[in-house]
Design a protein. Structure first.
Length: 118
């Protein structure tokens, strides 16, 4: 909440609003885009956690990246149809998340920038 001016907080207190009302009705709508951007990037980071799954998961509890990495070759040949199908299924949920949150993502990435200065 460092990016939001304290004037909004003080104005709400002057008009008799409670702390919860100020938080949910005044401050949270201003930082919603930044929170959504952080949420989307966190989903992408967790989704692509290859080394954690590969090292700690073991052979029976691996995710899609480790499964794709370990079963990419069959008999010395790369099975490109398998790679393409699993890659598409792997990227599709992230593409949908980014598609649905793209409005908030752009605003959240530029939140707090200073315009007009170099």
């Amino acid at each position: 909440m460092d990016g939001v001016s304290t004037k909004f907080d003080e104005t709400g207190m002057v008009y008799g609003a409670s702390r919860a009302h100020i938080m949910f009705k005044v401050i949270l709508p201003q930082v919603r885009s930044g929170l959504v951007a952080a949420f989307v990037f966190n989903i992408i980071f967790v989704w692509n956690e290859f080394l954690f799954n590969f090292q700690l998961g073991g052979l029976k509890t691996y995710g899609i990246p480790v499964g794709l990495f370990t079963s990419i070759t069959k008999g010395g040949q790369v099975d490109w149809s398998f790679v393409a199908s699993i890659g598409t299924l792997y990227v599709l949920p992230l593409a949908l998340v980014i598609y649905f949150f793209q409005k908030y993502l752009l605003v959240g990435l530029t939140f707090g920038t200073v315009r007009g200065e170099v």
